[in-house]
Design a protein around this ligand. Structure first.
Ligand SMILES: Cc1cc2nc3c(=O)[nH]c(=O)nc-3n(C[C@H](O)[C@H](O)[C@H](O)COP(=O)(O)OP(=O)(O)OC[C@H]3O[C@@H](n4cnc5c(N)ncnc54)[C@H](O)[C@@H]3O)c2cc1C
Length: 457
């Protein structure tokens, strides 16, 4: 059944759920998230209070021939149109740490810093991503590569249990023993198999790390990145690293020596003791004269300082992909791309070194693919206006085209926010994509979740 969704339908939806429902024109509509460039104009937004609210929304959507998308913070995600209902998870704010089990039970509305702060007094640490304001569940649905990725592997390898509302409106638990196929596919398959309401995640015992970033002048960028590449290849598993070309604006929050110029940051995080970790990092400090050296012993709770990602909204277009190698020529292409004036529209171009624990077969397999790629490239383009959007698209596409010889032809789901099925397919090997699509058909027979970044046949 499909007709134009109207105020009567919104009232009907209001009667089915406990959370607030917002229609177009209501103050709680639409959802402006981290990336205002993403256009979300759903038929309605539901601020769900629990799994039952999601189940009711899913059943309502199925009856009306509509789809359902999910929103936590807006750090990823795709556009959403008038035949969709958007489930907003902010109210699912459970965050309970079990010190004895070394786990945290985390709701779908929780961001990483909340878990970090709850775990820190107990000497425990969640394996978060670079930005503490990213949603825990959205991040885990795409696998997750954080500042300690080579040391602990993907964050999703540390998930113990998930609760999910599948497309048939059922609330299910997924663990390695219970619904193991869901447990496999929910970890890497984004929202293909359902909206996760809660996760139980393992917390390693970490209080302090040796880490941070050392920043060099843009003029040294090529030399620094080549040295970083060679050094990163020999890094022990206790340490993880990434490098970023930065065009940071002149803002009070940006250190003056980095503002309004091109710089290059080498990020480092090590769980070795401080002396050993500093010795491993010493060659990087000697590559060129740093503009700023902010690497040292730090509380894990300050881990967001390593990447210093922007905490607030930014209209951006992000593209990139996994690289098989980082040749000298590839480095030159990236440095050319970020060089002002056009390069100023690219505030961040980063390469994360993978490998180490990440490249090893995890204890429990997931739908996260392409673990053998040594580098992940992410180019962030700033969409300040229409002209900038065109320039950003042109420079990003040209840069990725020039890097084709070193492209793995693959992406990580967390860096592939798109509803383009071809692009989404690059996140998975053929078997994984086929299994995800088959499980999608099984658990979502009405295609309620067929919107956004999902894998369906
Ligand atoms: C500044 C910044 C830093 C980042 N750093 C990292 C990083 O270090 N490592 C990394 O791997 N990724 C990183 N990312 C990518 C990030 O992990 C993804 O964009 C992730 O999807 C964000 O989740 P969210 O819930 O915060 O965002 P949202 O935009 O609210 O959600 C994005 C998508 O996540 C999925 N999702 C969200 N909630 C649920 C749910 N309850 N159930 C099922 N699926 C759900 C859906 O597909 C949804 O469309 C970063 C992104 C940004 C913008």
């Amino acid at each position: 059944m499909s007709h134009e969704f109207d105020a009567y339908d919104i009232d009907e939806l209001r009667r089915r759920v406990r959370g607030e429902v917002h229609g177009p024109g209501d103050p709680g509509y639409p959802s402006v998230g981290f990336n205002p460039a993403v256009d979300r104009s759903p038929a309605a937004v539901v601020d769900v209070l629990d799994a039952d609210d999601i189940a009711a929304t899913v059943r309502f959507a199925a009856a009306h021939g509509m789809t359902v998308g999910v929103f936590a913070t807006g750090h990823g995600g795709t556009g959403l149109g008038a035949r969709s209902i958007l489930v907003r998870t902010a109210a699912l704010d459970t965050c309970v740490v079990d010190a004895a089990q070394r786990t945290a039970r985390v709701g779908a509305g929780v961001v990483w810093q909340t878990v970090i702060d709850a775990a820190a007094p107990l000497g425990l640490a969640p394996l978060c991503g670079s930005s503490p304001t990213v949603g825990v569940i959205g991040y885990l649905s795409g696998g997750g590569i954080g500042p300690l990725v080579s040391t602990f592997g993907s964050s999703v390898d540390h998930v113990r249990a998930l609760t999910v509302v599948t497309g048939d409106g059922a609330v299910r638990t997924a663990t390695p023993q219970e619904n193991p196929e869901l447990f496999w596919g929910l970890r890497g398959g984004k929202a293909t198999l359902g909206i996760i309401t809660e996760a139980v995640i393992g917390l390693p015992a970490i209080s302090d790390i040796y880490g941070g970033a050392v920043y060099f002048d843009g003029a040294d960028a090529a030399v620094v990145i080549r040295a970083w590449r060679d050094w990163a290849a020999l890094l022990p598993d206790e340490a993880s690293t990434s490098v970023a070309l930065l065009n940071l604006p002149q803002l009070p929050t940006v250190p003056p020596m980095l503002a309004g110029r091109l710089s290059v940051a080498v990020r480092y995080a090590s769980v070795a003791d401080a002396e050993a970790a500093a010795a491993v990092f010493a060659p990087i400090r000697a590559v060129a004269t740093p503009l700023l050296d902010a690497v040292g012993v730090m509380p894990y709770a300050a881990i967001g300082a390593i990447h210093a990602d922007p905490p607030g909204p930014m209209p951006v277009r992000e593209r990139g992909g996994l690289l098989t190698a980082l040749s000298d020529a590839a480095v030159d292409i990236l440095v050319d791309a970020v060089t002002p004036p056009v390069g100023q529209l690219l505030p961040v171009v980063e390469i994360r070194a993978l490998g180490g624990a990440y490249a090893k077969e995890p204890a429990v397999r997931s739908a996260l693919c392409h673990r053998d790629a040594p580098f992940n490239l992410n180019i962030v383009g700033l969409l300040v206006d229409e002209d900038a959007a065109q320039s950003v698209t042109a420079v990003v596409d040209a840069t990725l085209g020039a890097l084709a010889p070193w492209s793995a032809g693959a992406m990580l789901p967390n860096f592939a926010a798109s509803d383009d099925p071809e692009l989404i397919r690059t996140c998975y090997d053929a078997d994984t994509a086929a299994w995800l699509a088959a499980l999608g058909d099984q658990f979502d027979p009405h295609g309620v979740y067929r919107t956004g970044q999902v894998v369906r046949s």
